[in-house]
Design a protein around this ligand. Structure first.
Ligand SMILES: NC(=O)c1ccc[n+]([C@@H]2O[C@H](COP(=O)([O-])OP(=O)(O)OC[C@H]3O[C@@H](n4cnc5c(N)ncnc54)[C@H](O)[C@@H]3O)[C@@H](O)[C@H]2O)c1
Length: 354
């Protein structure tokens, strides 16, 4: 890969942090941005940044901090909603590529806090599109989500399936991002790829996600709440498979080709959407069993009703993804959970031993 200059948004977050590490190993030049919000424990976000050489004491709003580990990485704390700061940074850095992973994530939180999603995921995304236009970005890659499939009954989920009925505002903002990106690809010839991630897990993961919260409760001898009596399936995808997928995507810029949907030609823009999943859904109870084994401790299970906004089953159809890029998820759930559990037990060693 020739050296690229890349803006990575959400760099203190789970997926972007892993991506930055991989991009550094490949010798690219990267600037990461993040507002380090407190949706979940900010210590974890600062510790991730520390791993890539960004010291907490040096971080100040709108000031670029250089990594002490990677000469090609720097970080700026900023809000996506702040279009002036974003434009200033892009003007200074002249990026070739943007990988946009910052967002307000989480389905359940969107039920109580809709406005944060409007700001980060719609206003913030609009600003990312604008800098892509102004600075003629060669390829914009952005995170969508499997949650756009809502209550779709046809499985596995394919990108040609209709996704007009989101069941959470989070999902609606992700679907809106895809539509907004298409408009920019069409009007301003900005090549863009939207990635529908399917339940990403692994070391340095997100504490708001079930596997993380289950692990905390298992060690605290607290009950874990299993919704819909465990009758749920998720296409869990290990972080290294997702990162390999993103790296492949960066290198394959979509060109002008006819996008066929339901046999109807609907677009000629340099635009595409891809599923990045595992194509092997796992039942929630089997998942918990594998997690107990990986952590070496049993859970106390409490069954509960299904939660509003929750999708019952996710399963990625990868056939179109595999036509476009070289993507073959390799990490099996048992193995991935061992990687996660080993990290979790080390990171939370002091709390676990109390
Ligand atoms: N992890 C998954 O399973 C999953 C599944 C589907 C989609 N996604 C999407 O992938 C992307 C990355 O997810 P993640 O799991 O790493 O989440 P994350 O919450 O760990 O990372 C997102 C980062 O974005 C930052 N951020 C949020 N709003 C911001 C704003 N307005 N300005 C600047 N920074 C802001 C947050 O501080 C956070 O560090 C997100 O877009 C998410 O919606 C993730």
């Amino acid at each position: 890969m020739s050296q690229k200059k890349i803006l990575v948004t959400g760099a203190a977050g789970f997926i972007a942090f892993h991506l930055v590490k991989s991009l550094m190993e490949l010798n690219h030049k990267v600037v990461g941005i993040d507002n380090i919000n407190n949706y979940y424990d900010t210590k974890l976000k600062y510790d991730r940044l520390n791993e890539v050489g960004i010291e907490k004491t040096k971080i100040k709003w709108h000031q670029e901090v250089s990594s002490i580990v990677y000469p090609n990485f720097s970080f700026v704390k900023m809000n996506l909603e702040d279009s002036n700061e974003l434009i200033k940074l892009c003007e200074k850095e002249q990026f070739d590529y943007i990988v946009h992973l910052a967002a307000q994530a989480g389905v359940r939180y969107s039920i109580e806090n809709p406005s944060v999603y409007i700001q980060s995921n719609l206003v913030g995304f609009g600003n990312v599109l604008e800098v892509s236009r102004i600075f003629k970005i060669k390829h914009l890659i952005y995170a969508s989500s499997s949650s756009v499939y809502g209550m779709n009954k046809k499985i596995p989920f394919s990108i040609i399936d209709n996704v007009d009925y989101p069941i959470s505002l989070y999902a609606a903002t992700k679907k809106a991002n895809e539509l907004m990106a298409h408009t920019y690809s069409h009007l301003y010839q900005i090549p863009s790829t939207g990635l529908r991630f399917f339940t990403v897990y692994g070391p340095w993961g997100r504490p708001d996600m079930a596997y993380f919260n289950f692990s905390e409760n298992i060690f605290k001898n607290k009950e874990i709440l299993v919704y819909n009596n465990g009758k749920m399936k998720r296409d869990f995808t290990f972080i290294s498979d997702i990162i390999e997928g993103i790296l492949e995507v960066i290198n394959t810029i979509p060109n002008y080709h006819e996008i066929q949907n339901h046999g109807v030609s609907s677009s000629l823009a340099p635009f595409r959407i891809l599923n990045l999943g595992n194509n092997k859904p796992v039942g929630l109870l089997d998942f918990i069993n594998a997690l107990e084994k990986a952590l070496g401790k049993n859970a106390i299970i409490k069954f509960a009703e299904v939660q509003k906004g929750d999708v019952l089953e996710t399963w990625a159809d990868l056939s179109l993804t595999q036509k476009e890029i070289n993507y073959n998820p390799r990490v099996e759930i048992n193995q991935g959970l061992v990687f996660f559990a080993n990290w979790f037990k080390t990171y939370y060693k002091d709390e676990i031993e109390k």
